[in-house]
Design a protein around this ligand. Structure first.
Ligand code: SF4
Length: 386
């Protein structure tokens, strides 16, 4: 079924004003007016955080460890206010196309690491990818995220040709790549051919922690170098990390936040760590949804303009995870445009949601879910407002 962009936008507007079951939370002003003596000092410190766009390690530890009280609600309310000041009530969609599950790397947390011999691998054809774009476009998506493992079949020539094709057929859309580490020359070529954005999670800003999460052939310096190159070339750059990854501490998270403050990425992707079978971390506990939500709010206050997805991993660990992410300050959703038969094979982590849902179902589901947050999905590229 073809839906027109205008209809989608209008639908979003109408439904946002008439939510069927609302998750709407009190505003920061309401919470502060009713604050009790035990939480008021914390709210005041949150105000300082928002004004100075900085956070000390001790206050971070306090925010992450305090019980779920009105100060936590205040943190989320301040983050909502911050995102709405920059982006209004808009939620931007990114159509995710997982083009290959082959990967030369062996990250210790990842289900498609090369040592996982239990996995049936796939690689989409360029024709299939273009079909995914066409379908996504008809559902109002104006950003395509081309994601995959570091698959050498997708060399400069093939990936460049794909970027050129998408660019010529969808001149009004943003092309985001999420294809791992490459040379500066390769990144430059992809940028010159029309790619606009690049997602490369830094994973952790602590070198020792990076070594714990990755095999010895992968280097923290190279990851940071790649991010720097991408920024210098002119991509809108996304970094990010998993919340609750093995070996993570408040100190490493504080380093992540300091990195985000200084690097000033246009996007930050964070989601809870999900333990995945056939990986060295299969028996580790999952990351916390609650901690992820608090960190989303903190990142929003440290960097109010950043584009912040409410991730599928959040939705995979909590039935309302994506709604709660939006209410904590996120403003992006990434529905999956990959053919249903490929999704289970792109098993970067276990128990991922929406594996069997086509974009028609997914789109309607997200519309309904977002109605409850009082925000609306829009048909826009959703570029960074700097
Ligand atoms: S996290 Fe990325 S680079 Fe690492 S194994 Fe998975 S797909 Fe490959």
């Amino acid at each position: 079924m073809e839906k027109s962009a205008n209809n989608l936008s209008e639908q979003g507007k109408q439904s946002a004003t008439q939510p069927e079951s609302s998750l709407l939370a009190p505003t920061a002003e309401q919470l502060k007016a009713e604050a009790t003596a035990d939480v008021l000092p914390i709210m005041q410190q949150i105000d300082v955080l928002a004004t100075e766009q900085d956070i000390s390690l001790s206050f971070l530890e306090h925010l992450l460890s305090m019980p779920k009280n009105n100060a936590v609600k205040y943190l989320h309310a301040k983050a909502r206010k911050a995102v709405e000041t920059v982006y209004g009530d808009k939620i931007f969609l990114r159509g995710l196309i997982e083009i290959t599950s082959y990967c030369r790397n062996n990250c210790n947390y990842c289900g498609i690491r090369r040592s996982n011999k239990t996995l049936e691998r796939y690689r989409m054809t360029p024709e299939t990818i273009m079909t995914c774009c066409k379908e996504g476009y008809s559902y109002g998506m104006r950003t395509f995220v081309i994601q995959g493992g570091e698959d050498m079949w997708w060399n400069d020539e093939r990936l460049g040709a794909l970027v050129s094709d998408i660019r010529s057929q969808y001149p009004d859309c943003a092309i985001t790549l999420s294809m791992g580490e490459h040379s500066r020359e390769s990144y430059q070529r992809l940028f010159d051919l029309g790619a606009n954005r690049y997602l490369l999670r830094h994973e952790t800003a602590d070198e020792n922690h990076y070594s714990y999460l990755h095999p010895s052939e992968m280097s923290f310096q190279n990851r940071m170098q790649c991010l720097q190159w991408l920024k210098e070339i002119g991509f809108q750059v996304g970094c990010g990390f998993m919340v609750g990854s093995p070996g993570q501490t408040p100190q490493t998270i504080h380093k992540d936040l300091q990195f985000i403050r200084t690097f000033r990425p246009q996007m930050v992707g964070i989601g809870p760590f999900v333990a995945t079978q056939h990986t060295p971390f299969a028996e580790e506990p999952n990351g916390s949804v609650e901690t992820t939500l608090r960190l989303l709010s903190i990142i929003r206050l440290l960097h109010p303009h950043v584009l912040l997805p409410s991730t599928t991993a959040l939705g995979s660990l909590h039935p309302l995870g994506r709604e709660l992410g939006i209410l904590a300050g996120a403003n992006v959703l990434m529905p999956n445009l990959s053919p249903v038969e490929n999704r289970e094979l792109y098993n970067i982590y276990d128990n991922k949601i929406c594996l069997g849902d086509g974009i028609d179902h997914c789109y309607d589901c997200l519309q309904t879910r977002m109605e409850s947050t009082g925000r609306r999905i829009v048909v826009e590229r959703g570029d960074f407002v700097g």
